[in-house]
Write a protein that binds this ligand. Structure first.
Ligand SMILES: [Zn+2]
Length: 431
């Protein structure tokens, strides 16, 4: 059981004869091929053993990779890399280019080093995302013949690769995605794309399972960030749900069922984005009125400061303070429908402002008649209170345009194959 769902398989997109679909991958020009560095991971014990022999043989080169951590200094990073080279430490601290590697908060950057048998740094290579996240910066520090260290920065293009993963729910979605090696942004996309059908805070069952195909954007083969979920399948309480991303130049991309129908939702199912933090909070009855007097909304318990988003397109009707509600925002939608977001700690919009579905408008708080941080959400249809959860499940069905149908079918077929491959990996490892 230990290996269950742990397989994360990279497959070359080109192997299936189809170009990457997501815009952030397809419009990234792939123009740079650099020498692939073979970097076998050395254990500290290996390095110690090798260096202990004090071989004068200069040809012996040690390789090691690490990622930067919060609070890393030149010294702590080089120590983890097994290169206690004080000259290199000083260089990383003082060289204007090399210093960029460890600027505050720069965590998770892959760093590889080559060192001599006497633990002298020969070469250090590090990569990180450029500020627009479309490319990456490569820092190279090298020792020249005269023994001095030199630095240079290079710009590279990210390449997209497709990943397959699969898992089974035993406790929570994040426990399952962690086990399957799926990054958090992909887990959140997964929860969001099925959120009109499955409430991930309440509906998950032990034994629910999922497969997902997603993009990983890489620098020289190192994953620097995740891209889009290309397709996914979720089996919840025995019911199957599937979704596939489809986008063509000149058409807005979106998720469709394998039947080519997209369900565009007028309203999001939740004003809070699904996250590691919010998933631990259940929905509950109104925390103020201990009695069951009619409560005209849904309460979402969440820490103060959790971003709140408008569940539909609209215009801000009111943003300010009201008795009972505390800081409150009213958003007017089409057909004289209105949503109300109460007890906020912060208001981020003004009266009359246009907002689009999913825009962040404020933050969870405990203002007004509230005993603890939570968001109170109401939905009013022509002034009449309606259950927001039932509204969220209403959507309009939009088919793939007939002219694109053939193209869609090809994409869907490929994604179907990949999802099946992901599921079969899970089954194989379970057996
Ligand atoms: Zn409430």
């Amino acid at each position: 059981m230990g290996g269950l769902g742990v397989v994360l398989l990279g497959t070359g997109v080109t192997a299936f004869g189809i170009a990457p679909l997501a815009p952030d991958a397809s419009d990234i020009p792939v123009h740079q091929v650099i020498e692939a560095l073979n970097v076998p991971t050395q254990t500290q014990a290996n390095i110690d053993a090798l260096s202990a022999t004090q071989q004068p043989d200069a040809a012996l080169v040690l390789y090691r990779t690490e990622t930067t951590r919060r609070d890393d200094t030149a010294q702590s990073l080089l120590q983890r890399l097994g290169v206690p080279d004080s000259q290199a430490q000083t260089f990383l601290r003082n060289d204007p280019l090399a210093r960029q590697l460890l600027q505050a908060g720069r965590t998770g950057r892959p760093v590889s080093v080559e060192a001599s048998a006497s633990n002298e740094l020969l070469r250090l290579t590090a990569r990180w995302l450029s500020s627009d996240e479309r490319g990456f910066t490569r820092l190279v520090v090298e020792r020249s013949e005269d023994g001095k260290l030199h630095s240079r920065l290079e710009q590279g293009a990210l390449t997209a690769s497709t990943k397959l993963a699969s898992g089974v729910i035993r406790s929570s979605l994040f426990a399952a995605t962690d086990e399957a090696g799926i990054p958090d942004p992909i887990a959140i996309q997964l929860a969001e794309m099925f959120s009109s059908d499955i409430d991930f805070r309440r509906d998950l069952r032990q034994g629910d399972r999922f497969s997902v195909v997603f993009e990983s954007l890489e620098a020289d083969g190192e994953a620097l960030r995740t891209g889009r979920v290309l397709s996914a399948e979720f089996v919840n309480d025995g019911k199957e749900y599937q979704s596939v991303w489809f986008e063509e130049p000149g058409h807005k991309g979106g998720y469709y069922g394998f039947d080519g129908q997209s369900s565009r939702r007028y309203y999001l199912s939740s004003p809070l984005e699904f996250s590691r933090v919010s998933s631990g909070y259940g929905m509950r009855f109104h925390p103020i009125s201990g009695t069951r007097k009619p409560h005209m909304g849904v309460d979402y318990a969440a820490p103060t400061g959790t971003p709140v988003r408008t569940i539909g397109d609209g215009v801000v009707e009111f943003a300010g303070v009201q008795r009972g509600y505390g800081n409150v925002i009213y958003v007017r939608h089409r057909n004289n429908q209105m949503t109300v977001y109460a007890h906020l700690s912060r208001i981020g919009v003004r009266k009359g402002q246009r907002v689009d579905q999913g825009d962040f408008i404020g933050a969870v708080g405990s203002t007004g008649a509230s005993t603890g941080p939570h968001l109170h959400l109401e939905f009013r249809d022509n002034g009449v209170h309606v259950d927001p959860l039932s509204i969220a499940r209403k959507s309009e069905s939009v088919p793939v345009p007939p002219a694109l149908r053939q193209r869609f079918d090809a994409v869907a077929q490929l994604q179907r194959l990949q999802l099946d491959a992901a599921a079969s990996i899970r089954q194989a490892s379970a057996e």
